[in-house]
Write a protein that binds this ligand. Structure first.
Ligand SMILES: O=C(O)CCC(=O)C(=O)O
Ligand SMILES: [Fe+2]
Length: 354
């Protein structure tokens, strides 16, 4: 076994970043370079808050379909809101998951003639408060807490790679920009058509973001991480811990010394009921060409040599030269109905059809 063939995901305790920072940064550096995934505990977000968030998440998916369709993403050029199961595609296969995309609340400001990526910023679509009391507040509070954690981690990531704490945030994140997140429900396989298979979400790397902070909202298996030799490793839920992974944005910006590791979700086994999860994607700025940052040679020398991946991820050059256009095309190809409705010319130019 080589050093890159990890068989489990390390658990980092954020409290240690205060009590023994050197040791914490060494563990973080190892996770960034050799794994691309880690758990974080000791983050200060309370279990009562997270339990309530889980209840609200289940409450949303348990609403009658007609209520959920009032928040249908097809009404959002920002790609926020509800998508029914089977409406999202990864690696040309339908994903067996239902989801509600949300973000920090911002108005739509795009007008004709502005860069198209500005159209990705806009308001959420909420169910009426009396239909699901407390839902909006709980979801938005999760968003702000996850964002704060992502900012803290991004500073520590910079330090772990030998940079100034604010080097990544100052260069690549705009204060007040929109960061996306979602509530997800994965039905168990006995709740699916046998022809649908077991792909909750297919093998992928998180694109155009820096970090993902994932809360596994109930204790069901399904999330798997592909180690760098190509084997699938389970990432089970750990109570009150978040799973953190690196997006292709951070990977590119740090010259591939932190790795955006491939992962997937399998639908839960029969009889286990649905799995719920809540990822928050800490995004980079979309308004300028991306130039990777200088990293000390001693850190660069540790870069993994080869990483096996089943992800069908492409578009690298466009991401660097025009991250905004890249982000729009990425949305359009994941949610083709919304993309074709609001971005018909772009969809046509890039051969994206139903
Ligand atoms: O649901 C999960 O556990 C992971 C979801 C995921 O990887 C994604 O939406 O990018
Ligand atoms: Fe992902």
């Amino acid at each position: 076994m080589t050093a890159t063939d990890f068989t489990s995901i390390p658990v980092l305790d954020l409290a240690k970043a205060h009590s023994d920072k050197g040791a914490f940064l060494a563990e973080l550096q190892h996770a960034l370079i050799h794994i691309g995934f880690f758990y974080v505990k000791g983050h200060g977000i309370t279990s009562d808050f997270l339990d309530n968030l889980t209840k609200q998440t289940i409450g949303y998916f348990d609403l009658p379909l007609e209520e959920k369709l009032k928040t249908d993403k097809i009404n959002s050029p920002t790609f926020l809101g509800y998508s029914i199961q089977g409406n999202e595609i990864t690696k040309d296969k339908k994903d067996n998951r239902e989801q509600f995309d949300f973000a920090n609340e911002l108005p739509a400001t795009w007008t004709e003639g502005r860069h198209i990526h500005e159209r990705l910023t806009g308001p959420n679509l909420w169910p009426e408060e009396d239909v699901l009391p407390g839902f909006r507040q709980s979801v938005l509070l999760f968003h702000s807490q996850a964002q704060e954690l992502a900012e803290t981690l991004t500073r520590l990531v910079a330090e772990a790679l030998g940079l100034e704490p604010n080097a990544l945030l100052d260069h690549y994140v705009l204060p007040g920009q929109q960061h996306r997140a979602k509530l997800i429900k994965y039905p168990a396989v006995d709740q699916l058509d046998p022809l649908d298979g077991t792909q909750g979400v297919g093998p992928h790397r998180d694109t155009a973001s820096l970090l993902t902070i994932l809360y596994q909202a109930n204790d069901l298996p399904g999330l798997q991480v592909q180690n760098h030799a190509g084997s699938w490793i389970d990432a089970p839920a750990i109570p009150n811990a978040f799973v953190v992974n690196i997006g292709t944005g951070l990977e590119y910006l740090v010259q591939n010394v932190a790795v955006a590791t491939t992962h997937r979700v399998l639908n839960p086994p029969p009889g286990r009921g649905p799995r719920y999860s809540i990822p928050f994607f800490f995004g980079g700025r979309l308004d300028q060409k991306l130039i990777p940052i200088d990293i000390p040679q001693s850190v660069l020398d540790q870069r993994p040599k080869a990483v096996v991946t089943d992800s069908g991820h492409q578009f690298h050059q466009l991401y660097a030269s025009d991250p905004g256009l890249y982000a729009v095309l990425n949305r359009i190809s994941s949610h083709r109905d919304v993309g074709i409705k609001f971005y018909p010319r772009l969809a046509k130019d890039h051969n994206i059809s139903h």
